[in-house]
Write a new protein. Structure first.
Length: 483
């Protein structure tokens, strides 16, 4: 009887599966680069993956076992310059087992091949660039002395980070002469501290703790210098500086220094002081003594205690010698229209109360009535920032302004002889509300023209109107801090 055999099948035991393919060779190792602080040596290549084992042959009864997977390729060696070793290649998978004709029997798969061996770490020593010769140094130094190109500086600034809202960044330079650059803070920030790495130009700014919540804008100045290294020390350095100064004078060379101002912005809620709380320090004025009464309110606010009374302040001033006009008393009596001079009020506070009163002036510094108005709007922004910082520290702040400007914000109608440019009134700032554009003051005599009732206790004034009036005093700011 004839036996029929279908193609691809045998009536005898099937042969074993084919042998797996050979694993690929390991990749070539990268060559180690010259040793620098940022460029490591090359890493060895990864070995090739081993080939999969062949599938076991099919059979009528006993299918063949799958072939063994190929071995993974060996990893490449590390490159010259102590490069890392390459990784061994992956092992090849074992071949699938063959199947019987009826599908009831499946042979075991072949075994996986072995993994490749990792390459060796490169053992070469990283090359170093050749040391410059004396001729190279002299050539570069002469180029600096006679033909130095401008050194420029700029800065980067991060957003505030962390609970203390510190800001960091880099001072960047265009350093064309190749000499090392040094970095120095020449103007410190007003409302915080800065740490600067003199070799790298990396800085960290921290605002004063009292300004973390309300926020602050601040700045500092950094000088960059690559001329000191170029000129060198000793007698030759002095000669190099002399000749370089001559080259600067005639326009052949540019300076080896530059400055940049770093502006930082620490965001916050924009609230400085507490007008509602500070209402308790308000004192009503009865005579021509607004400067005395403003001083009394500032003393109470700074010490967080009951403000001195009008009678107390008048009595002290009437018996104290004037600082502004020697030979005269500070205050000539309740019915005198002369009032009290600002410097006398400051002296009265410092000599008789537990406070330190400090006057800060802007735009020339003359704060007396009739003085030229030399302060600019930029001075006003600086004065406002100083005012905010003082309130954030828990201090009191005394200012002066024309009532024609500030009182007109609540309905006061100035008379024909009232001045818009001369200060005639003093008050105490109790809060700056940047979020809503308002300044709050304790004003001793502001009165509603319709009801004739005092409205100066925690009076809200638009910031624009306040700054306009304050400018008439050249933004004179008196801060009161408890001793």
């Amino acid at each position: 009887m004839a036996v029929t055999v279908e193609p691809g099948w045998r009536s005898t035991t099937a042969g074993a599966g084919g042998t797996g393919g050979t694993g690929g060779s390991g990749g070539n190792a990268g060559n180690g680069g010259a040793a620098t602080s940022t460029m490591p040596a090359g890493q060895g290549g990864t070995g090739g993956k081993g080939g999969s084992g062949g599938t076991g042959g099919n059979a009528e009864i006993n299918p063949g076992v799958g072939g063994t997977g190929g071995a993974g390729g060996d990893g490449g060696n590390g490159g010259t310059g102590a490069g890392d070793n390459g990784y061994g290649g992956q092992a090849g998978a074992g071949g699938y087992g063959g199947a019987s004709k009826d599908g009831q029997t499946v042979a075991d798969p072949g075994q996986a091949g072995s993994g490749g061996v990792n390459g060796n770490t490169g053992s070469g020593v990283a090359p170093t660039p050749p040391a410059p010769t004396a001729a190279d140094d002299l050539s570069r130094q002469l180029a600096y002395i006679f033909f130095n190109r401008p050194l420029t500086a700029s800065s980067s600034t991060s957003l505030p980070v962390g609970a203390d809202k510190q800001v960091s960044g880099w001072i960047r330079t265009t350093n064309v002469n190749g000499y090392p650059v040094t970095y120095t803070v020449t103007t410190q920030p007003r409302y915080g501290t800065v740490e600067l790495d003199s070799a790298t130009g990396y800085y960290t700014y921290k605002p004063d703790s009292t300004l973390v919540q309300p926020g602050v804008r601040d700045s500092f100045t950094v000088e960059v210098d690559n001329g000191a290294a170029a000129e060198g020390p000793g007698l030759f350095g002095a000669l190099a500086r002399f000749v370089h100064d001559w080259a600067l004078h005639i326009g052949m060379a540019d300076a080896g220094t530059a400055e940049t101002e770093v502006d930082v912005n620490v965001t916050g809620d924009g609230q400085f002081g507490d007008a509602e709380y500070n209402k308790r320090f308000w004192v009503k004025q009865s005579f021509y003594n607004c400067q005395l009464i403003a001083t009394a309110m500032a003393i109470g606010q700074a010490t967080n205690s009951t403000s001195p009374t009008e009678q107390q302040m008048s009595g002290l001033a009437a018996t104290s010698d004037s600082v502004f006009i020697p030979g005269q008393k500070m205050y000539l009596g309740d019915y005198s229209e002369d009032g009290v001079y600002l410097v006398d009020a400051i002296a009265l506070a410092n000599n008789n109360f537990n406070v330190t009163a400090t006057l800060t002036t802007y735009g020339g510094g003359n704060t007396q009535t009739g003085a030229a108005k030399t302060a600019t709007q930029a001075d006003g922004q600086q004065a406002l920032a100083d005012l905010q910082a003082a309130l954030a520290r828990g201090e009191a702040a005394m200012v002066s302004y024309p009532v024609s400007v500030v009182w007109s914000t609540f309905g006061f109608v100035p008379g024909p002889t009232d001045s818009y440019t001369q200060t005639d009134h003093a008050a105490v700032v109790t809060q700056v509300d940047l979020a809503n554009g308002r300044i709050y003051v304790n004003d001793s005599s502001a009165t509603d023209p319709n009801t004739d009732k005092p409205v100066g206790q925690g009076l809200a004034v638009p910031i624009g109107a306040f700054l306009n009036g304050w400018q008439a005093a050249n933004y004179a700011l008196v801060t009161f801090a408890a001793k």
